[in-house]
Structures are given as structure tokens and as C-alpha cells.
Design a protein around this ligand. Structure first.
Ligand code: DQA
Length: 146
């Protein structure tokens, strides 16, 4: 049966394109979604999308993914560094989750070096801009084949 992945983006990622372009580039969230949809299409993986600036909405999106999707790609943005609730939601979902960041968080401020998401994630991709989401789809495709 065809697999389904949900790409969940957190706070301020709706502003991509105008937000700190020196860090995040000119790519918009719509561009990222189109890139993911195209790549998913090539692999025969259905890709759904969700974005919220609210932590609880992100928890709901992760909870709802269990039962309706086979994997999660999560850029929790600033909540990466603060949210035990998101970590718990990923663990509870039981779904393979790839943590993505556009920027190389380890080359930035020290408070971005710690992630509450990583201990619950199958893997982490950061520093490759929008391409990171495509790499995350490939990573999930590999996991689905195992
Ligand atoms: C980010 C990195 C986070 O530290 C930051 O708070 C973001 C975006 C990234 O994609 O590089 O909002 O997750």
C-alpha cells in the first residue's frame, strides 16, 4: 500500500521568504510544500502538510498523524529548543519522525544546540535549506522499505 507522510512546520515558518533571508533564504513555505509534493510523487509517497504557530496545535497534528500517516517530518522551529510536549507527542505517536532545520543550528547561538525533538527522532537533518525536507522524505522512504 502507498505510504503517507505529514510535513509539520512550527512557528514563524509561515514567514519564510521574508523572514531573516540571510539565514533562511528566499524560499517560501509554499515552495517547500511544492518541492516535497513533487518528490513524494516521484517516490509514490503521499505528502500532507501542516503549519502552526501554536504549540498545542503542533501536538494535535502529531497526535492526529498516528493512524492517518506512516511518518512525520517535523521542523518544530523554536519549539525544538523548548518543548517537552512535542517530544512526548512524537514518542506517543510511534511514527518514524525526521527532525529538519533549514539552518545549521549547531553553527548558531548555543541555545539552538539543544533539541527536545532529537531523542524522539529517527534522525536529524539540518543546514541544507529546503533540500533538507527532500532528504527527509528519502530517509523515511528507506525506513519504510526496511
Ligand atoms: C529552525 C531553527 C530554529 O532554531 C529556529 O527557531 C527556527 C527555524 C530552522 O529551520 O533552521 O525557527 O528550525
Amino acid at each position: 500500500m502507498g505510504k503517507s507522510v505529514i510535513v509539520i512546520n512550527g512557528p514563524n515558518l509561515n514567514l519564510l521568504g521574508t523572514r531573516e533571508p540571510e539565514i533562511y533564504g528566499a524560499v517560501t513555505l509554499a515552495d517547500i510544500e511544492a518541492l516535497c509534493a513533487g518528490h513524494g510523487n516521484k517516490l509514490g509517497i503521499e505528502i500532507a502538510f501542516s503549519q502552526s504557530n501554536q504549540e498545542g496545535d503542533l501536538v494535535d497534528a502529531i497526535q492526529n498523524a498516528a493512524g492517518s500517516h506512516d511518518g512525520i517530518i517535523l521542523n518544530a522551529a523554536a519549539y525544538t529548543h523548548t518543548s517537552i510536549a512535542l517530544m512526548d507527542a512524537i514518542k506517543a505517536s510511534g511514527l518514524p519522525t525526521i527532525e529538519v532545520h533549514l539552518s545549521n543550528v549547531f553553527a548558531r547561538e548555543p541555545f539552538r544546540h539543544h533539541s527536545y525533538i532529537s531523542p524522539a527522532a529517527a534522525g536529524v537533518i539540518c543546514g541544507f535549506g529546503a533540500k533538507g525536507y527532500v532528504l527527509a522524505i528519502d530517509a523515511l522512504a528507506d525506513i519504510f522499505e526496511k
